[in-house]
Design a protein around this ligand. Structure first.
Ligand SMILES: NC(=O)c1ccc[n+]([C@@H]2O[C@H](COP(=O)([O-])OP(=O)(O)OC[C@H]3O[C@@H](n4cnc5c(N)ncnc54)[C@H](O)[C@@H]3O)[C@@H](O)[C@H]2O)c1
Length: 386
């Protein structure tokens, strides 16, 4: 099942790490550590193999992929020996990375994206192309009446206004081209009524939002523990320090607010109340792609006697994210092949701000993921859970 993976933001840290990782796995130069789809509970015949994956994408910059990979190797994100061993493979992906269309109306730009996707699908004889958004986090867009309805949206896109933020224009083009769409970012993407209706019309599945790779991953384990032990969380405060392109983007207050909003859903929906405190994200250039999160939790137990928990998470963001990008592409491709449409709520395991579900507990999400994988591997049309 030859499957296209089209990365929006294809020259960024997460995308470059995903591309190098996929090429290294395909060449047998590395093992699948971090790839959930290679665990016995999830792997199986319904998933395209790493060899089946064909990579392409859009970006607004033209820095050669090999240069981006070398820079990530110099920063300690990628092993330099892998980048050196994959010179030819990276050169072969380079022509599949297209400049994001500019100029004209949004309808014209969407049509250009659709052309790039369908050309890619036909040229490589792909069964399908999964579009994965890993581009820079956007601020929330201004509401627009055309966001409510597909016909109004199609008409509005032909005018001079910027009706959709970039992530949503890619989502619009993806579903119009019949491609499943995954949003690994907190940006709006497909989360507009006009776009979800359009995805239903085109019978494509979609998944999101915002990959769960660090602080929120730990929260999704620890918050259910407090709830199950009937301990009352009084406060939960966290600070995330990061550099890299993502950190620089999040220095913008509006993009920062979108990311913080995405991280905040879990506590209220897991505990049933909101403890004091919040999450902060700060840009520290020196840290590069290595993120540190500190959290302090205070709680009350039996007879009101309190306690405290602190944790420090120190991880390489792109190396944590890239295997999940490959997992999501493989699972979404298999779901599309099995006839799924609409939100893939069983993929909540991967996301901070999961679509169509309030289940944030990692253990419950894992059970749902394993059930989905089992149904996909058993074959059949596997009616989607809505
Ligand atoms: N690394 C993680 O652990 C993690 C976890 C969850 C979510 N994310 C999200 O993944 C995204 C990517 O992170 P990153 O570290 O790779 O960031 P990055 O800044 O290194 O890469 C973003 C890329 O997107 C490109 N881009 C910007 N606007 C674009 C547009 N309109 N069209 C096409 N490309 C565009 C940029 O040129 C850049 O190459 C961010 O939104 C981040 O919040 C990352």
């Amino acid at each position: 099942m030859r499957t296209g993976v089209w990365l929006v933001g294809a020259r960024g840290s997460v995308a470059t790490t995903s591309i190098v990782g996929a090429l290294a796995l395909r060449a047998g130069l590395t093992g699948p550590i971090g790839c959930v789809t290679e665990l016995p509970e999830v792997r199986g015949p319904a998933l395209p193999s790493f060899t089946d994956l064909v990579l392409g994408g859009h970006d607004v910059v033209t820095t050669p992929l090999a240069k981006r990979a070398e820079a990530l190797a110099a920063a300690g994100v990628l092993p330099g020996r892998l980048v050196a061993a994959l010179t030819d493979e990276l050169a072969a992906v380079e022509p599949e990375l297209r400049l994001a269309p500019t100029g004209g109306t949004q309808a014209e730009r969407a049509a250009a994206i659709v052309r790039d996707l369908t050309d890619f699908r036909q040229r490589h004889r792909l069964a399908r192309v999964v579009v994965v958004n890993v581009s820079a986090t956007e601020p929330a867009p201004r509401p627009h009446p055309a966001h409510a309805d597909p016909a109004a949206l199609r008409a509005a896109l032909t005018g001079p206004d910027e009706v959709l933020p970039p992530s949503s224009l890619y989502a619009y083009a993806a579903v119009t081209a019949g491609c499943p769409y995954v949003d690994f970012t907190p940006s709006t993407g497909l989360r507009l009524p006009a776009l979800t209706a359009l995805a239903d019309e085109h019978r494509v599945p979609y998944a999101g939002h915002d990959g769960k790779t660090g602080e929120t991953l730990l929260k999704s384990v620890l918050a259910p523990m407090f709830a199950m032990r009937h301990l009352e969380v009084r406060s939960w405060s966290g600070i995330n320090l990061l550099g890299g392109g993502d950190g620089a983007t999040l220095a913008d207050p509006d993009a920062n607010a979108a990311k913080v909003r995405s991280k905040q859903r879990l506590l209220g929906e897991t505990l049933g109340y909101l403890p004091q405190g919040g999450t902060r994200i700060e840009y520290v250039e020196e840290l590069g792609d290595f993120k540190t999160a500190w959290d302090l939790v205070t709680f009350a137990g039996f007879l009101g006697t309190g306690g405290r928990l602190q944790f420090t998470w120190h991880g390489c963001d792109s190396a944590l994210a890239a295997p999940l990008v490959l997992d999501l592409a493989r699972l979404t491709a298999a779901a599309h092949a099995a006839g799924h449409t609409g939100p893939l709520t069983d993929l909540a395991f991967f996301f901070k701000d999961p679509l169509g579900t309030t289940t944030h507990a990692l253990a419950d999400q894992w059970t749902r993921l394993c059930d989905l994988a089992r149904r996909l591997h058993e074959g059949g049309t596997d009616a989607p859970r809505r």
